[in-house]
Write a protein that binds this ligand. Structure first.
Ligand code: BGC
Length: 424
């Protein structure tokens, strides 16, 4: 008889993730500043940036307000209700980030009220039986940090470690899992190669330098956190891409190798000896087909066989399996710290989650030590330079009334969380 369900390991963690700037509202950091300066431009550029079907479906992308995070989901004030929903949906873990600019609005001065706020956030999770995974840096910085040169400032590392020390000392009894950085490689690439986010420069050398600083900072943060709490579980979340060559032609294989080296190898292998777990974000599969005659379109990202999300990103569930098999070489527990889809109508989300879980389960069955899954995201939220129009949430947010509405797919995911198994 064929199996009717796939059981996940005992104690598997099930939940969703958010980040402070994307959901809290009312922030005052380097991104807030950048949004103000760039909202008009982003609204104007939408007609060149997005495909026709996206422009027709999501016309908010042409409005300036789309690009201003503003009050976002007002999660800062509504976290208890939001965690009630997470609990109702049977989540037993939740990933969120602490906003550095709230904690240290002026260099060296910590705001005790804001520390208390996050104490309440952690307490609210614990009271609902939800294990907090706390991210210490999810893309945003206090303005003073960015204005004096960001990560390229000679004291960047020490400054960040000072913040880490404060937070971990405060919450060491309440938090077991620390995610020091979210996607350092993405930040270096967007900021210094693609020039689409802060500080919008184009310098591969600077990108590599910033990456080196991220590696050094993370390594020191790992030791620092353990010196404060030896039982702490310390890691990071990095987004890895499933690269594939379109055929066996040597130039495609070479480009694949190069991209893999840049996207997947700049951080993880350099910190692998200092991680208690590996946090994996998965969004992209990339099929390389190099064509030197087609100007910048020299590699093909996907063939859309399995459809795309509202972002136009290919849906490719098998990719998570291939990445998991690769990173199992580090012999560390793995948490999938982000994996989700922008799907406003909630037509594809249920299948998306189930198909990915199928492949995650296959990796587990073959011996990969995956211990948890965080859907991205609990709520619709502010998708950085794309603004509010892409909707990743299990829970829909009406940005006018701030009302929350649970999507049908969230109920399906809730059954999986409750039973710790995926019905086939
Ligand atoms: C980031 C999130 C973002 C998501 C979807 C991840 O790389 O960590 O902040 O919302 O991708 O783009």
């Amino acid at each position: 008889m064929s199996k009717k369900f796939l059981k996940f390991p005992e104690g598997f963690l099930w939940g969703a993730a958010t980040s402070a700037h994307q959901v809290e509202g009312g922030n005052n950091n380097d991104w807030t500043e950048w949004e103000k300066e760039n909202a008009d431009r982003l609204a104007n550029e939408a007609k060149n940036k997005y495909q026709k079907w996206q422009q027709d479906k999501f016309s908010e992308m042409f409005k300036k307000e789309n690009y201003i995070s503003g009050k976002a989901c007002d999660h800062y004030h509504r976290f208890k209700q939001d965690f009630d929903l997470a609990k109702f949906l049977n989540h037993n873990a939740h990933r969120f980030s602490i906003e550095w600019s709230r904690i240290e609005p002026v260099e060296g001065e910590f705001d005790e009220k804001e520390i208390e706020h996050y104490r309440q956030v952690i307490k609210a999770l614990r009271e609902r039986g939800i294990e907090p995974f706390v991210t210490l840096w999810h893309y945003t910085h206090p303005r003073w940090f960015t204005n004096r040169g960001g990560w390229l400032h000679p004291e960047a590392k020490e400054t960040f470690l000072n913040f880490v020390k404060k937070i971990v000392s405060e919450f060491k009894n309440e938090v077991n899992f620390w995610i020091v950085f979210n996607e350092p490689e993405t930040v270096a690439r967007h900021g210094y190669i693609q020039a689409i986010r802060i500080p919008q420069e184009r310098s591969i050398l600077k990108a590599l330098k910033v990456l080196r600083i991220f590696v050094e900072t993370y390594r020191d943060a790992f030791d620092l956190i353990h010196s404060i709490d030896e039982k702490a579980k310390v890691g990071f979340a990095e987004s890895l891409v499933d690269f594939e060559s379109y055929n066996k032609w040597p130039h495609n294989l070479l480009v694949k190798k190069l991209l893999e080296w840049y996207r997947n190898k700049q951080f993880v292998p350099k910190v692998a000896d200092k991680m208690d777990f590996l946090g994996l974000n998965y969004y992209f599969h990339s099929r390389i087909r190099f064509n030197p005659f087609k100007s910048w379109k020299w590699f093909q990202f996907n063939e859309n066989k399995m459809g795309v999300s509202d972002m136009g990103w290919e849906i490719y569930p098998k990719g998570i399996y291939r990445i998991l098999k690769k990173v199992s070489c580090y012999n560390k527990p793995i948490y999938i710290t982000e994996l989700g889809i922008a799907d406003r109508k909630d037509k594809k989300r249920e299948k998306f989650i189930k198909d990915h879980l199928f492949w995650i389960h296959k990796a587990i069955k073959e011996g990969v030590d995956v211990r948890g899954y965080f859907y991205w995201s609990l709520l619709d939220n502010f998708e950085w330079s794309d603004g509010f129009w892409p909707r990743f949430g299990l829970i829909e947010v009406d940005y006018k009334t701030l009302e929350r509405k649970i999507h049908p797919s969230a109920y399906e995911y809730a059954k999986i969380c409750k039973n710790n198994k995926l019905d086939l």
